[in-house]
Design a protein around this ligand. Structure first.
Ligand code: SF4
Length: 250
């Protein structure tokens, strides 16, 4: 199905609104804001990191600290800026104390990333660091072996050029890693110029994310237990995050 850019943008905002009210894993209870991702809904290039940190959780935007500044600088060195790309994480809510994401959380959140990729339709996805590289490749090979090696992978229903990179946060304090990251970045324009890989047969309709309970809808069973709500009682579901038009770029 061919969608206009405006249509894709509107659909992306709908997914964002869904994520803002998401209670599908325990992280909803400890987050300050959902960090959906930000950037250009028509981007050819996406970056995918692991999960929001403390600054991101507070501000509702991905990569806002020192690592984000380095990412901006590296983008500038290849003639790009944040408004040209879309930046997201595998997990949309911060794990407490930056602990490792749990399998249940990863599984619950994966649909959001797949949907983002299906709507944005990037040519290329750069995974940032070990975690997102292993997850998107469904393989345990580490980033030190894979960085700078492009391959075609199916993410959701979209075939993309997957290009693993070191995480900018790791490169901040290791000069040799920064030089490697910089060298890998320099290849991005030429890889983008190759265009999108051949796509599988398009889906007529995107698969739906799990239905969310409506606000003030009585909860039952496991869902009520998860939210620590009395069964059958209305509950105000947590929300969080910025209004879609304040994500700045999409
Ligand atoms: Fe929902 Fe993902 Fe946040 Fe879990 S991490 S509550 S699945 S948005």
């Amino acid at each position: 199905m061919v969608r206009s850019a405006a249509h894709r943008r509107e659909l992306l905002k709908e997914v964002y609104e869904q994520a803002r009210r998401c209670t599908a894993c325990p992280l909803h209870a400890t987050r300050t804001t959902v960090v959906f991702g930000s950037g250009n809904a028509d981007a050819e290039l996406m970056f995918v990191g692991e999960a929001p940190g403390a600054n991101e959780d507070r501000m509702g935007l991905p990569f806002v600290g020192q690592a984000g500044k380095l990412l901006d600088r590296l983008l500038g060195e290849i003639g790009m800026r944040r408004g040209d790309v879309f930046i997201a994480n595998v997990l949309k809510c911060r794990p407490p104390d930056n602990r490792d994401p749990q399998p249940r959380e990863i599984e619950a959140c994966r649909g959001y990333l797949d949907r983002q990729v299906e709507l944005i339709e990037p040519v290329m996805i750069c995974t940032l660091g070990n975690f997102s590289t292993k997850l998107l490749r469904a393989d345990g090979t580490g980033i030190s072996r894979l960085h700078g090696r492009e391959e075609v992978r199916l993410i959701g229903s979209r075939a993309v050029r997957l290009y693993p990179l070191y995480h900018p946060a790791a490169a901040l304090y290791t000069p040799s890693m920064l030089e490697t990251l910089r060298a890998d970045f320099q290849r991005i324009p030429q890889l983008l110029a190759q265009g999108a890989p051949e796509q599988p047969e398009p889906l007529e309709e995107l698969p739906e994310l799990d239905e969310l309970p409506e606000l003030d809808e009585p909860l039952e069973g496991e869902r009520a237990e998860e939210l620590d709500a009395p069964e059958g009682e209305p509950v105000a579901l947590p929300s969080g995050g910025r209004p879609a038009d304040q994500l700045g770029l999409f």
